[in-house]
Write a protein that binds this ligand. Structure first.
Ligand code: GUN
Length: 289
């Protein structure tokens, strides 16, 4: 039996439509226009595409969007001043510093400067702490989008074994935190595998939910997947001008019950959740929540 293909594009479009309605209502109630400023340092073409997609989605949802494009040589001190100026600007509700940053800039030093109320990526330690404690202010965009995709499959997650491949701050760690909380689309038993994990294949074979976020093209193969598992592919790898995920899609779709495609899976959902967080940021800063 071939797996259900989880259509991230269609799911994200439905979320974006709902968010656009909420933005409209918020604007008419408060006269505030939610405003996201993205900071893009350097000229990595993939990052430029991601930021453009985020901006377009904002505009379509009625959210004001500004791009600060900075040269690759921008220093850490300059970048900190730019973020501080955005923190102090009451007309900016969300700040997104696109990662990765150039090697000479310490990413943590920059992300720590973003004001926690404007941190729509949920990367600031205060926001991460709130997530860990199960009282999130903002939910991290990619893990939140993935949770919504898992919910869309109607699989009961309570008591299920979710195996996450990758321990990044953006996906792996916060994903684990969302899935172990109490509630809908959560209550799972979670294992995080990483580059030092022993018996990784055996562990993945026990998973009811597999989330691959390691940046290794087609790493997860059909022999590693338990029949009926839900498989979420966060990878975006360029191989010979072709985009492939961390999952060997053609093989795994014959074993899984549901699987996300690359592209058109997790990516669009990440953007939809960013819009949601930006609206929440504007609500908080307007005093309406
Ligand atoms: N680079 C890759 N994913 C992300 C993300 O979710 N947020 C930011 N700021 N940069 C990224």
């Amino acid at each position: 039996m071939s797996a259900e293909i989880i259509d991230g594009k269609a799911l994200a479009a439905a979320f974006r439509e709902q968010i656009a309605e909420e933005v409209n209502q918020f604007k008419s109630e408060t006269n505030f226009v939610p405003h996201l400023t993205a900071v893009l340092v350097g000229d990595d073409p993939a990052s430029a595409v991601y930021v453009r997609n985020k901006q377009r989605a904002c505009e379509k949802a009625g959210i004001q969007s500004t791009l600060k494009r900075l040269p690759a040589e921008t220093t850490e001190a300059e970048l900190i001043s730019i973020v501080e100026a955005l923190n102090a600007d009451p007309g900016v509700h969300g700040i997104l510093v696109q990662l990765p940053l150039p090697k000479h800039v310490n990413e943590t030093a920059i992300l720590d400067v973003v004001h926690p109320l404007k941190d729509v990526d949920a990367f600031h330690p205060e926001n991460v702490g709130l997530i860990v404690q199960g009282r999130p202010r903002y939910l991290p965009c990619t893990p939140y989008g993935i949770q919504q995709m898992i919910l869309s499959t109607k699989m009961e997650t309570a008591g299920k074994h979710a195996v996450i491949l990758g321990r990044s701050e953006i996906v792996g760690k916060p994903m684990a935190m969302l899935l172990i909380q109490r509630g809908l689309g959560a209550d799972a038993t979670v294992t995080i595998c990483h580059s030092r994990t022993q018996n990784l294949k055996e562990i993945v074979r026990t998973a009811d939910i597999v989330i691959a976020a390691i940046g290794k093209p087609e790493f997860v193969t059909a022999d590693m997947v338990k029949p009926g598992a839900v498989v979420i592919d966060v990878g975006i790898n360029r191989v010979d001008d072709r985009l492939v995920g961390d999952v060997e899609f053609e093989g795994v779709k014959e074993v899984a019950s549901a699987i996300t495609p690359v592209p058109g899976g997790v990516g669009p959902m990440t953007i939809a959740m960013l819009l949601k967080n930006t609206l929440t940021a504007a609500r908080i800063q307007s005093g309406s929540i």
